[in-house]
Write a protein that binds this ligand. Structure first.
Ligand code: BMA
Length: 388
């Protein structure tokens, strides 16, 4: 090998190993999906702001306009749409027209496509009803054992996954005459280290959970769902912060089965059951983000705060002093690719005060605006090109 070839090869090897992101677990992922993953890994201290159901409804409104244009509490407050749109397909397996929170799946398809067209990012979780008896997610029954490969009701799980596939395959848009499949960060079986969902700890063994996860990924890949990036997201409240890495990997199916090292964190952000002081919680929020990023880097993957927030945003300076202060505490914490807060429940559609983003009448909307002006906070108007 000539010296200059050797130097080029060495530089290549060096830049390769310093890349934050490895390859997607699905080698057949579409070009846009691969690009999205690489760009998520490359954000530096920029963090995409995400909001569940952000375009579907808000505290005081529902749906999109007759001309197809979008509404958003976040836009009403800041003039900008969230960079990440979160959707949940709970209810799709039942053949329902709407998800568990009343959003029509056909409307979801509209929001997802529009988000993509604006340059934003989409993520989908699944509060799955039991494929065995249609019980909602919050069941303490050991269904998983009966759903994994070789078990009596395995075909029912396949049928549910097929219902997602049918929806997923509608998520295609035409750009410059070319059909593009909207990339999706797919986040099934979340918060499994908690005991509130039927796929959670206590109702399901770790081995069965891993079998469930592996089957889900293998099946979707086998069925050519090449627009998916797979996110893993245990819940912070059940992590041992003295042994983060080990406790994080409870139920982890392996590096060949996960793309995004995420976690859901309501706990350190002033969860009502958390008796620690705000300062103690903040230190653990920072530690968790650092450890998440460390682990993701070790594995050559992307990290994210896949869900979180403070219900009813009770604290006046929540956005600046808790949320942003933790995320931009240092170079490690701000390496997470995105941070998604949970939904702003529509007040007419159930409980009041169940909101995690800002909305115009919210007393802390001004503090949200202050946070949103941080140049490293990314909304859809300052998002870098994610699909090239
Ligand atoms: C929970 C709550 C529920 C909702 C579910 C799925 O955290 O917001 O009201 O049904 O998420 O979105």
């Amino acid at each position: 090998m000539k010296l200059n070839t050797l130097i080029i090869a060495m530089c290549g090897a060096l830049s390769w190993s310093s890349l934050a992101a490895d390859e997607l677990i699905n080698p057949n992922a579409t070009a846009e999906t691969k690009a999205l993953y690489e760009n998520l890994a490359d954000l530096g201290d920029k963090v995409l702001f995400g909001h569940e159901d952000s375009l579907a409804y808000g505290a005081k409104w529902w749906g999109y306009n007759a001309d197809g244009s979008l509404n958003s509490d976040i836009e009403d407050v800041t003039g900008r749409f969230a960079a990440v749109f979160g959707a949940d397909v709970g209810g799709i397996g039942l053949g329902n027209e709407k998800n568990l929170d009343g959003v029509k799946f056909s409307d979801y398809a509209h929001y997802i496509k529009e988000t993509f067209k604006m340059g934003g990012v989409n993520t989908i979780s699944w509060h799955m009803y039991s494929p065995i008896d249609e019980h909602h997610s919050w069941a303490k029954t050991s269904y998983v054992r009966e759903l994994i490969p070789g078990a009596a009701h395995h075909d029912k799980l396949k049928k549910y996954l097929d219902s997602y596939i049918a929806f997923n395959e509608t998520l295609k848009v035409s750009i410059d005459g070319k059909e593009v499949w909207v990339p999706i960060i797919f986040r099934p079986w979340h918060e499994h280290n908690g005991d509130w969902f039927w796929w959670g700890k206590g109702h399901t063994t770790e081995a069965d959970y891993i079998a469930l996860w592996k089957f889900t990924v293998d099946y979707l890949k086998e069925k050519g769902q090449n627009n998916l990036i797979f996110a893993f997201s245990p819940d912070r409240s059940r992590l041992d912060m003295n042994d983060f890495e080990d406790s994080y990997q409870y139920g982890y199916a392996g590096d060949d089965y996960v793309d995004i090292i995420g976690y859901d964190n309501y706990w350190d952000l002033g969860h009502p059951s958390n008796t620690q002081t705000a300062a103690e919680q903040q230190a653990l929020f920072v530690q968790g983000l650092e450890e998440l990023t460390d682990l993701a880097e070790k594995k050559g993957k992307v990290s994210a705060l896949t869900e979180g927030g403070q219900e009813g945003v009770r604290e006046t300076n929540f956005w600046t002093e808790r949320f942003a202060a933790g995320i931009w505490e240092n170079a490690k914490t701000s390496r997470i690719a995105y941070a998604l807060v949970w939904r702003n429940n529509n007040e007419e559609n159930g409980k009041k005060g169940h909101y995690y983003g800002a909305y115009p009448q919210d007393k802390n909307a001004g503090n949200f605006v202050t946070f949103s002006k941080n140049p490293s906070a990314v909304f859809v108007d300052n998002i870098p090109a994610m699909y090239k």
